[in-house]
Ligand binder design. Sequence first.
Ligand code: NI
Length: 136
Amino acid sequence: MKVTVCRKSHFNAAHRLCNDAWDDSKNENVFGACNNPNYHGHNYDLVVKLTGEVDPDTGYVFDMKKLKDIIKHYVIKRYDHKNLNLDVDDFKNVNPTAENIAVSIWNILRSQIDSRFSIQVILYETERNFVEYSGE
Ligand code: NI
């Protein structure tokens, strides 16, 4: 009997989307406001989903306090109030798009959570734009 448990979190971060191989006008055309040279911020909402068997002893799939602490310690502390381009190694050579941030978060969580649980990350960059990644 598999059930999915979900935890919502939030962080604020700045970024700039840019491809150094392109000139300024192409970058501006492709990335629009997210190409602003002096960076800009987003209020990111993060939903982490874990799917696994319900433990008959506890009735839990996963201890939500532990999930909360893992997300806080390994993800939120890493990204919150940071300039993703300058402050976070994950994006030294990778454009900090919502897609790439979601993949980074998934990889971090995958290294912390037992492999018997499947993990899905949903990252909202705005209220209306969000991405999903589940390791495939
Ligand atoms: Ni942006």
